[in-house]
Design a protein around this ligand. Sequence first.
Ligand code: FAD
Length: 510
Amino acid sequence: MPDMPVLIVGAGPTGLTLGLRLARHGVPFRIVDGASGPGLASRAMVLQARTLEFYGQLGLAEAVIGRGIPVQTVHFCEHGKEVAALSLKDVGAGLSPYPNALSFPQDDHERFLVDQLASHGVAVEWGTALHGFEDRGGHVRATLRRDGTEEACEAAYLCGCDGAHSTVRQQLDLGFPGGTYDQLFYVADVAVAGPPTTDLFLQLGERSLVLMLPVRSSGMQRLIGIVPAELGAGAAVSFEDVRPSAESLLGVRVERANWFSTYRVHHRVASRFRVGRAFIVGDAGHLHSPAGGQGMNTGIGDAVNLSWKLAHVLEGRVGPGVLDTYEPERIAFARKLVQTTDRAFQGMVGQGWSSQFLRRWFLPHLLPALTGVAAVRRAMFRTVSQTRISYRGSALSAGQAGEVRGGDRLPWTGANYAGLAGLDWCLQVYGGVDPDLARVAAGLGVAVDGFDWNGAAEQAGFGRDAAYLVRPDGHVALAMPQQDAAALGAFAARIGLNKGGVACRGGLVE
Ligand SMILES: Cc1cc2nc3c(=O)[nH]c(=O)nc-3n(C[C@H](O)[C@H](O)[C@H](O)COP(=O)(O)OP(=O)(O)OC[C@H]3O[C@@H](n4cnc5c(N)ncnc54)[C@H](O)[C@@H]3O)c2cc1C
């Protein structure tokens, strides 16, 4: 009998989110990290709307938003002068309860998550590193090292949220194909002269890029840029080395630099996200350029996807086969993302005519005009915010009703997200609820939410009198144009959905 249902290795944003969701599901787990405490480096700066929606399910979105700064205006600069300003205020209005991305540094974010876990009585075990593990078929036996001593920990499942150099991925001997960008990146926390600004500034140039974002907790600005090639990619670089280019590109004067670091960026996706009882999650499975602020948000999306599957398999609410859907759902998105962020990044810093067109004309001149077009604004928001992510090809997805298909994120009508707070399955009906359908749902322990058919539901793409079985992560599983009780029963039988409550926690489950 394993000691624990789940062992989480790594307490970065991915592992902490996985832990927080498991805690909300009531699943016991351990979370260990080889570092002595939460990360002090800010690294990822942007929380996308989809991540805020996940926090909304936990009732934490407002607390997170209060600690960050919504990204509402982007200023494009060229040689220190502003060439265009792009208003993103409420860019996702009508599409998400959170219409703007949020500037919220990773170090503040991680501390927030650690505190949230503590409020559930869970302490991260810092200074405790995974040394190795063995999948024994019925459970995993892991070796943990702390202060020079070793401890064995048995768990039903092992989740490797242990970042780019993942021990779990290496132990599984998984390929991590891809490459490394030639450019050396830097990140700095600085105070700039002049009145405080909460806007985002972006300077794009041949082989160069500097982004400046506000940090609420410190009142400072975060600079993310590329070290000028003439400084030598391998040499030790200080802020004073990059100061001249950063100041002239952005047209600012830096009064004080609190923190500076350089780093290399990779673009890679692991060959598998699951082997037996071990999963890899977040940066352990995929790395990409910071273009578009997607990396950390994708790790959080992985954690959300895996958390409910682990919880519901462990408690017998769904069949164990549901865990097989984690890899195909998330690896497909990771692969697509690596390709698109790679193209975007190469386009931004490349030397060819298409890159020059992008930098000189498209981003500063055409994009601001295009974003005046409602359809373009919506498409741009949906892509960058990760609200477009869909699992249409998944074994957990079926049917289409209106424009909404099985696998899609549940479109937001302004009134239909409250039921997602239960982190459980629910059935949403847009019109009168058929009693037979309600009876089958009740037999499955699935709550039915009936909504009046109205313009907002139609606008969101729902079908009149259609029914949607929604997963605990807010994706539609089954879309039914007619309220077909037999189809719901057959779908539930296929994935093993039942009232659950089979006491499997801490025990063997398959
Ligand atoms: C300098 C820098 C700048 C970045 N900028 C951006 C950005 O602007 N936008 C963006 O989206 N992303 C950015 N990223 C990427 C972003 O930081 C990552 O996507 C994010 O941290 C991934 O979170 P994670 O939890 O998956 O992994 P990590 O944050 O790497 O966390 C992994 C954790 O696992 C622990 N660990 C590792 N091995 C073991 C072991 N054997 N046993 C126990 N614990 C272990 C580590 O101590 C660490 O705490 C940046 C990354 C870096 C390095």
